[in-house]
Design a protein around this ligand. Sequence first.
Ligand code: IMP
Ligand code: MG
Length: 202
Amino acid sequence: MDHSTTDQAPEILLSRYEIDRRVGELAAEITRDYHGHTLHLVGILKGAWVFMADLIRHLDIDVTVDFLGISSYGADTQSSGEVKITKDLDVSIKDRDVLIIEDILDTGRTLRYLQGVLAAHKPRTVRVATLLDKRSRRIAPVTADYVGFEIADVFVVGYGLDFDQKYRQLPDIHVLQHAQPLQELDSTHKKTPLYRGSQGTV
Ligand code: IMP
Ligand code: MG
């Protein structure tokens, strides 16, 4: 993609190859944990569908799939904390082993709301898989059971993640530079590891 005509910097935080490897590792873990069970995946639209499409093809267990649509950020990089359901589940999750698939955990407000909504429908179990986790920004006390990468407090796009509905199609995950003043971003680079994956801190 030609970034010279956009305001997006091309800095890659996580390449498609790193993502692919880590998604395979997560899928192997999930396959082990749910051996002998049928897993019901609930993808949170829209950010999670690229991750979910890749994850599901690595799973070696019986799965069923549904999607829950929720409103996300507008043309802003800050969470409002207000969550609106834009597409309800198609099938009941009662007595099912549910795995919520999220793109990124930020403040945790969205997930806390979703866990409340889903628990009311009496699933057998509910766990959470998120590709990315900005743990340092957590406000609501929630954690994911499966985490692809822990990342620093930077706004990222690509691999399904958007800014104002754009950049979802990028195969790699990029840092959107103008989400923070450049100076701050530079010091973030120096002081904090940008992400922690399976191979330790990078
Ligand atoms: P939370 O409620 O603050 O945890 O926000 C979670 C949602 O915010 C995610 O599902 C994303 O849609 C969005 N989000 C948070 N951080 C980012 C980011 O860095 N890039 C793109 N979307 C993000
Ligand atoms: Mg979003």
